[in-house]
Design a protein around this ligand. Structure first.
Ligand code: ADP
Ligand code: MG
Length: 318
């Protein structure tokens, strides 16, 4: 690499850690981190491969954001508070324009959530970004996929289907769509960290929606040993989604589209009213259905079972 590996790391990724619990950050063989007493360490990792998880012409700032955001979404889904991250970067060449944007997107989100980048790895190869995040949650309060019970209320945060719609607009290639709020949702997903923490001790089960509501909800149901009913008319659809796509297509994006990074969670009926009033600024949540005995996810429209014909996205299917 023309820009040497060490120069690259020090220019883009070595920053004085903002957190006092970083005893040793970037620069040694391993970071040393001070885990608070009484908390469990929550750890998650996700890899983004160019051409598969981001488009080759994606703005580098959005790739930096997305690489961290998808991992923070996993912490949010556990009710965990983010603290640290590691970044493993494989790049074909040390392209400073790309690295400037990537680092800006990554650090902007990291600063906003008070997360310190404490180490990583930099190699030459196809463009692949792996981030590992570490955070805390008291073990007894962590939000798991298992724990939903028949009768629980099923909620989704924010709006669903926007990111998949944004990706569809990008694929269609109309220049005017690049500034659409749907494209922005796809490129700059907002991990629901405050909501995840607010759900500690309240939600009976939770997960984040990365691969599409129906497929992901099915995983929550399997883990909990229950079934779920989703009321299609209750799906939270954004004004932008409704304005750009017809009702059937909007519904397909909301049920099967990936990359929304909203939370789907269940709450015992008795706790639901208080949750709805207490959340306030933590963000919008919508009752989309309920947990039932049995297994699998069923869709209802006007109280009747309907077949939406959408499968969750599976990396190894087909
Ligand atoms: P080692 O050979 O011991 O694994 P390296 O020489 O690869 O260490 O890296 C030197 C230091 O820079 C280490 O502290 C490592 O964690 C950090 N580092 C390397 N690449 C990155 C990156 N992309 N982002 C953040 N830190 C990095
Ligand atoms: Mg070493």
């Amino acid at each position: 690499m023309a820009l040497g590996e060490f120069e690259l790391i020090s220019r883009y990724f070595s920053r004085p850690p903002a957190r006092r619990d970083v005893l040793l950050g970037v620069g040694d063989d391993a970071a040393l981190l001070d885990v608070p007493a009484g908390q469990a360490l929550a750890a998650a990792t996700d890899t983004l491969v160019e051409g598969r998880h981001f488009l080759p012409d994606a703005p580098p700032e959005s790739v930096g954001h997305q690489a961290l955001a998808v991992n923070l979404s996993d912490l949010a889904a556990m009710g965990a508070e983010p603290a640290w991250a590691l970044l493993a970067l494989s790049l074909p060449q040390p392209d400073t324009d790309w690295l400037d944007g990537f680092a800006r997107g990554f650090h902007a989100l990291a600063e906003r959530v008070r997360l310190s980048l404490v180490g990583g790895n930099t190699v030459r190869g196809p463009r692949v970004v792996t981030v590992q995040v570490l955070g805390f949650v008291p073990a007894a309060l962590a939000l798991r996929r298992a724990g939903a019970r028949p009768g629980d209320v099923l909620y989704a945060s924010g709006t669903l289907g926007d990111a998949a719609a944004g990706l569809e607009l990008l694929r269609a290639g109309r220049a005017a769509d690049v500034d659409s709020p749907l494209v922005r949702r796809y490129r700059f997903a907002e991990p629901r960290l405050a909501l995840g923490m607010a759900l500690r001790g309240v939600a009976s089960a939770a997960m984040d929606v990365s691969d599409g509501l129906l497929g992901d909800l099915d995983k929550l149901c399997t883990a909990s040993g229950v079934g779920a009913i989703v009321h299609l008319e209750k799906l939270p659809l954004s004004p932008a989604l409704r304005a750009n796509f017809d009702a059937a297509q909007a519904e397909r994006f909301a049920l099967g589209g990936g990359d929304d990074y909203e939370l789907v969670f269940t709450v015992p009926v008795a706790a639901a009213p208080e949750l709805e009033t207490s959340l306030g600024s933590t963000g919008r949540i919508t009752r989309i259905g309920e947990i039932v005995t049995g297994h699998g996810v069923r869709c209802h429209r006007a109280g009747q079972t309907v077949e939406p014909g959408i499968a969750g996205y599976d990396h190894f299917a087909g």
